[in-house]
Design a protein around this ligand. Structure first.
Ligand code: NAD
Length: 325
């Protein structure tokens, strides 16, 4: 039985990745600075560790039988949506650089044969709505619009440098706006799809919701089941270098808002207000990941139809518990 370590297993994508690896027959250890907020972990073992500390990285990677993990998936990060990223620049740069440097270094020194790093399309520059798609190589010369993107770019290079120096196969995916159930939906770190589902779930029928920006920003939203399938395919491929991982379906923020409202069955007025929106547009080639036979299966409409009821249920639980305190 292959053994895998998932760093960030207490988080949204890491939690779903643990389930995917279990379905694939792996023995899985999860590690995170906190337990999963929403579901009991399906990992065979779970360690609470702060991966900014190199000794904790070593502990995470050490197996009691003296053997070694065949695969390490590094998804731990201090992160959130645009609101969090724009106000926590120092935390994002400091904490994530430490995690990524120490994990790549320790994994390489301990002889890990395969190492996955979760990067982001935030490493790319701002784009215009009508721009042709850019490839992975077009990331340089670089000009990410936020520090989270700069740190990811550096961390990609750290992981790939260790892959050149040590016999460690390194795979790097640049995720594109992942969403789905069992992710952060409130508290300030939630990303746009979850935040919109929450606002719509909290609104009274015929009420109004506020949305940051003007609705014209173009994004790709990737359903989490598709994303973890892509991670798994990439990890077992021979694709060196960064790989864009996201749906082929492009949508404006306005499209996303309408899709969420439709899933709710409510009639709502949308008021666009100033806020941290991020780049104007995204358009990235998916040729590299498509070369593995991967493509997203879940449309935005279907993905939101699966996500909205989960967030609506969380909102109800939170309201009930507030009413009883
Ligand atoms: P998440 O916040 O739900 O998960 C990250 C996890 O890392 C959290 O559970 C957090 O507690 C853990 N963590 C933070 N600091 C830690 C530390 N010092 N030690 C150990 N664990 C620590 O985020 P997610 O959406 O699941 O993202 C997973 C990865 O994918 C991250 O690296 C993120 O940057 C990347 N990514 C996500 C998206 C997206 O749309 N969700 C897009 C691009 C890239």
């Amino acid at each position: 039985m292959k053994r895998a370590l998932v760093c960030g297993a207490g988080g949204f994508i890491g939690g779903h990745l643990v389930k995917k690896l279990k379905r694939e027959g792996y023995w899985v250890r999860g590690v995170d600075i906190k337990p999963h907020e929403f579901v009991p972990t399906q990992a065979d073992g779970f360690r609470l560790l702060d991966l900014r500390d190199p000794q904790s990285c070593r502990t995470a990677l050490t197996l009691s039988d003296g053997g070694s993990f065949e695969e390490v998936y590094q998804l731990a990060a201090d992160m959130g949506g645009m609101g969090f990223i724009s106000r926590a620049e120092c935390e994002v740069l400091h904490n994530n650089a430490l995690i990524n440097i120490h994990m790549a270094h320790t994994a390489a020194e301990m002889g890990i044969p395969r190492y996955f790093f979760s990067s982001s399309v935030c490493i790319y520059r701002d784009m215009q709505p009508d721009e042709a798609s850019v490839t992975e190589d077009d990331a340089v010369p670089a000009n990410p619009d936020n520090e989270y993107g700069w740190e990811k770019l550096y961390a990609e290079r750290v992981a790939m440098a260790y892959g050149r120096r040590y016999p460690m196969q390194v795979r790097v995916a640049r995720f594109e706006n992942c969403y789905g159930p069992e992710g952060t939906w409130t508290g300030g770190r939630e990303k746009a799809p979850a935040a919109l589902c929450r606002k719509v779930a909290e609104a009274e029928d015929s009420g109004t919701i506020e949305v940051w920006g003007d609705g014209t920003a173009i994004r790709v939203f990737t359903y989490v089941d598709d994303l973890v399938d892509g991670i798994f395919a990439l990890m077992h491929s021979d694709l060196d270098g960064p790989v864009n991982l996201g749906s082929e379906e492009r949508a404006t923020v306005g499209d996303l808002v309408r899709t969420v409202i439709e899933a709710s069955g409510k009639r709502l007025t949308v008021k666009y207000v100033p806020g941290p929106v991020g780049v104007h547009a995204r358009n990235f080639s998916k040729a590299r990941i498509a070369s593995l036979g991967w493509k997203s299966k879940v449309s935005l409409r279907e993905g939101i139809a699966r996500t909205y009821p989960w967030i609506q249920a969380q909102v109800k639980v939170a309201r009930n518990s507030a009413a009883h305190t």
